[in-house]
Design a protein around this ligand. Sequence first.
Ligand code: ZN
Length: 303
Amino acid sequence: MVSSGLKKICWSIFVSALWSTAVALDPGMAASETIKISWDPSLVRPGGVVPVRVTPPTGLNKIEAISINGQFPLIQNRGGDHIALVGIASIFKGPVYNLDFKLFPPGDADPYLVDADLQLAVKMGQPARKQALSLPDKMVHLSETKLTQVQQNTRFLWKILSARTPERYWHDPFLLPVQGRISTRFGVRRVLNGVPKRPHGGIDIAAPKGTPIAAANRGVVVMAEDFYLYGKTVVLDHGWGLYTIYAHQDSIEVREGQLLERGQTLGRVGTSGRVTGPHLHFSSFIRGAKVNPEQLIEATSDL
Ligand SMILES: [Zn+2]
């Protein structure tokens, strides 16, 4: 049994062959002193949200995960398992996603470092579907002034999204902010007036103008602004680097700094910004990785 010093255990797993493993932290340990890690490989794709389930040895003090998106805590579910909610960025090219775990034994002993990467083979999935749209030309071919404004908006948004609130405000599953038809799914490649654009970074939910927009989960309003392309936009910080964004609103009904409960109305569906009709553009980020909100909802449904 190691009581001091840094213990390193290394292993690699390729999802195509195996998606669950149990590793003894020390040779000769009982089964209750192994760590079991499992996940659903089909979720491991760009924009995917992967709940990686860790069944730790008994008596462990704390577990942290480390990925390219930084170090982060795990969520403990009712069954006693620990969940690392991993967001695979939409731009992630793979082929492997590196994830390490730091296991803190009780007392002052140094942490175990499971450091040689839990490697998730990233499936690149099917080629994205295309969607052609027609818009007023000035909304597609931006003037220099408008382009500068859009770039400023983007920089401002990324600054907001780069903050890491140590507190986790949410405890229940994420929900769809508006009940309606999903008119454009995540990752769809759009062609505006014949000009190919980047893949769609969220989901569009079509709903009549004025439909209330609910907070997808408990969180703090960290931005309420009027952007050129996104229109009237609210950003919620749910803590632990998890954010949701609500764009093209008709009106914003909350103010910055306000703590919203899950399901609380934050604004109304509208047509502000670059749109072809009233809808909510809903997007989500996990520690800087832009992820599919439908997967965020699914991944948190049984936590
Ligand atoms: Zn959209």
